[in-house]
Structures are given as structure tokens and as C-alpha cells.
Design a protein around this ligand. Sequence first.
Ligand code: GLA
Length: 391
Amino acid sequence: MATKTATVEELVAQASEVFEKQFKCKPTLASCGPGRVNLIGEHTDYNDGFVFPMALPQTTVMVGKPTESGICRVLTCAKNVEDPKYVEFSIPTPDNPLTASKPAWANYVKGVVANFIGSLKSFDAVIISSVPVGGGVSSSAALEVATYTFLDQLNPNGPVSLTKKALACQKAEHDFANMPCGIMDQFISLMGKKGHALLIDCRSLESRLVPLKDPNVVVMVTNSNVRHTLTGSEYPSRRKHCEKAAEILGKKSLREATMADVEAFKDEFDEEMLRRIRHVITEIQRTEQAANALEAGDYNKFGKLMVESHNSLRDDYEVSCSELDELVVAAMEVEGVYGSRMTGGGFGGCTVTLLKKSAVDKAIKHIQNRYSGKETFYICPPSDGARIIAL
Ligand code: GLA
């Protein structure tokens, strides 16, 4: 069976109860920021390419209240994060800037406070989330974006543009979590729209909503529940290789390069580098084609591109793992499945599968039987991005 996801209202109610216990008063403000699943366009955002994610119904909620103390006090209800679950820190000043420290979960909050555009006020807050942590569905961006949206309510100057917020949250992740991520996760968590996926051009930061609300078609996320430790070192090294490749090709980014350009410089690259570049160039093409296919209602073509994307991530970019490959193979054996692929950074986490609604039960049973690990299923209608919640 697919896992049931708590509604935003349920999360707000739970967090408010915890808040009252902890801070002995009722929260006055609330916000939420969703996780995301990327349908196609993997490891293309930091190459100025296209990505095609959608916001998930799984979301992170922050409830709280402004204070006059200058001290921020934050408690998380998340179970699988390192202790302590409660932190305090001062509103930063030029003489007393915020820095990353333990526990790791709090760095996303601190990073956003440090990069917030506008005037800051101290606050007490409780965080709760239905986004699986470590599942490659952007639990970190969800927390950053929920925090930013929460802080917006305390800023008398009014909110800045969603793009500026996304860039501030991305910087928080770079500086406070030491993760040189692209812009996809923060962008979609802020700009997701119910019933739509979003084609984002990571070069111009322009985006196009594409409807995904056919009642007979479902997006299913399958969590492999494995996370290989490689993630930490492999992501930055992939990113560096791409930047180096663009430099050798004399391009600003791999977005500007074609396979013909690569052919002309082929002696400059070893075989591994050639495969990395090929993934990025072909994935950018596939992503644009996939968005057009979805717009035309051509699910078969979309599914085919998803599988090609997975194979390229597995063979050329080498960021998949045996568990994700197993889940994709099993999903593709089921009639009514259009396509399936790993999603997110890789080395564990989730797959995303596009399938007929009528095939969901069969697919879940089949994958359960075939997968050697213990998976979790989520049925995910495309959902709204971050928002303020009136209490
Ligand atoms: C992580 C990063 C994103 C993106 C994906 C891979 O989720 O945060 O910016 O690069 O990996 O597509």
C-alpha cells in the first residue's frame, strides 16, 4: 500500500500543540514549503540546463511567534535527525554573524536567517515535516523555503521576488550545509503549482508550467530507503568535472555545448569525462522534449525519455545504484507503466514512475515482490509551492 501523507492542516495542528507545550503560548504565524520530485532533467541545473520537477504533497511546516529577545528558539519534531532537537541562536549582526555548527538540521534554518533579504526579527518556532529525510526529494530545500516564507511575515518591507528567495535559499545550502547544489529544489519548492510540473530554464531562470492533471495518470514516488555515503563527495566532484569540461570546450557552461563541439575536442577528454559530458548534453535535450511530450499528452514518449534518462544516469553519469536500478526494472515490467527513473542527486533515495491510475495496485505488488530491500510508495499529485498559512 502507498503511504498516507499528513495534510498541511494536520501538520499545523500537531506543530501548534508542540509549540504550546514548549513555549507556553499559541503560535501566531505559520508557513509551509514542499519537497519536490524531479520528473526529468537530472544533474542539468548546475550546467545551466533544463529541469522538469513538480512540488510534492509532502511538505515542511513551520509555526511560530515573533519575539523581542533577539534570540531565535527553534524545535524540530523530525525523528530521524541528529540531536539536539532544540536550538537557540542570536539574530546575526555584522560583528556576530551566524555560522554553521551542529546539529546539522538547524543549519538550514540558520542559513536562511543569515541570507534573508530584508529586516529580521527574532522568533520562536516549531518545525514538522512529512517530507522523507535523505530520500532525494529535497527535505533540505523544503525546510529552507518554509523558513524563508515564515520570515517573510516578520519583514515590514514586504516580500522579494520568488527568484531572489530561491537564490537566497540556495546560498544558505551552499554556505551552511556545504552542498554546492543547483537552483532546482529551492525554485520548485517556491513556485510549484497544483496540477502542474514546471519546466525551468536554469540559465535564464524563466519557467513554464505544464499541466499534469489527467485523472487517469499518476506520479508514484518509490523510496528505496537506502542512501549510500558517496553522495557527499560525488556531487561536488561531478559538478567540478562539468565546469572543467565547459572550460576546455570554451563555453560558459555545458548548456552551450553540442555533441559536435565535444567531438571536435574529443582528444582533450578521457573516456569517463566524455560519458559525463554526454549525459549532460543529452539530458538537457531529453528534458525539453519530455516537457513538450507531456504538454501534448504523449505519455508513452514521456515515459520512454524517463527510461533513457535513467540509463544515462546509470551508465554515463554513474550516480545510480543497484537498488534504484532494481526499482526501475521492476516498475517497467508492469503493464500500464509509461516510464520510471531515479530522481534527485542519486546514490540512493527515490525513483519516480509515471503510470496509469488503473495500474497502481499491480505496480506496487510487483515492485514489492521484486525489490530486495524495503521500499515505501507515495502517490503524488503535483502540489502547490510554499505559502503562508493563516492561523
Ligand atoms: C540535488 C541538487 C539539485 C540537482 C539534483 C540533481 O537534488 O540539490 O540542485 O542538482 O541533485 O539533478
